[in-house]
Design a protein around this ligand. Structure first.
Ligand SMILES: C[S@@+](CC[C@H](N)C(=O)[O-])C[C@H]1O[C@@H](n2cnc3c(N)ncnc32)[C@H](O)[C@@H]1O
Length: 247
């Protein structure tokens, strides 16, 4: 018997896990393409964060989370059954669309698998954060274009996230840190009291920006702060820190 697979057999798993209607796939393709085109234009010197004009340089830039990292975060939310997600750094809301899709699908799974005696619907949301008003306004337009499945699950908090995340957080299942590196640790410390044991903190560019993340990395590595960390080796790294609770 031949062990060769028939010519039509797939040879690799489909790497894109996103279940979404065609117009959302098209929107995401368009937004990632814009973000990637902008990033090709920015030089590494422009990225030096100690330049006074860094915020001005970034005011109209997407700097969206890489597509494969978005796929990973989406799958993580589905696997954990995460219902309440905080996104630190929303920009034009590209990664937020993935977060909202994933949360909507978790809620759908949980509502389907409910026992007959439980009449309450599962609820959840994505808390997005952006301090640049023009980005916040455009993000809302993209979410509306995605439609109700996405837009209805997003609560956008406008302003400095070190203030806007201080109040009214639900128990948080997942925190995505996709924010300027000096803000990452302060953001984590604002959200940490709302994390539950087993929740997850995902940090972008953890190896690419390791020097700038020194304080965050020191904090995550210190066992007494309650995190168990692993780096997923995407471009420039993506760390996954599981919160097991403080000692
Ligand atoms: C890397 S981008 C986020 C990209 C987004 N997650 C995506 O994948 O589309 C970081 C964003 O954080 C915003 N930001 C910077 N400082 C902030 C602050 N103090 N409070 C809220 N947002 C802030 C920036 O304006 C920028 O748009």
């Amino acid at each position: 018997m031949s062990s060769r697979a028939p010519a039509s057999a797939p040879t690799q798993i489909n790497p894109n896990p996103i279940l979404a209607p065609p117009h959302i796939h098209a929107l995401l393709d368009r937004l990632h393409a814009k973000s990637e085109a902008q990033e090709r234009e920015i030089t590494s010197a422009d990225y030096a964060q100690d330049k006074g004009d860094f915020d001005a340089l970034m005011r109209d830039k997407f700097i969206a989370l890489d597509r494969d990292k978005c796929w990973f975060v989406y799958s993580t939310i589905l696997s954990m059954g995460a219902k309440n997600v905080v996104e630190a750094g929303t920009s034009y809301g590209v990664s937020t669309i993935y977060l909202a899709l994933a949360v909507s699908q978790v809620l759908e799974m949980q509502n389907k698998s409910k026992s007959g005696s439980d009449s309450r619907s599962a609820t959840g949301k994505v808390i997005a954060t952006e301090n640049e008003p023009s980005k916040a306004a455009q993000a809302r337009e993209y979410w509306n274009e995605a439609g109700d499945q996405v837009a209805s699950l997003i609560e956008l908090r406008e302003g400095d996230l070190r203030e806007t995340l201080k109040r009214d957080l639900p128990t948080v299942d997942l925190l995505l840190l996709d924010i300027w590196s000096p803000l990452a640790l302060p953001t984590l410390q604002v959200v940490q009291p709302s994390l539950r044991p087993g929740s997850v903190v995902i940090t972008d560019n953890i190896t690419g920006s390791a020097a700038r993340y020194a304080d965050l990395i020191r904090y995550l590595n210190d066992e007494k702060n309650g995190f168990r960390n692993i780096n997923v080796p995407y471009n420039k790294g993506l760390s996954v820190s599981v919160y097991v609770g403080k000692e």
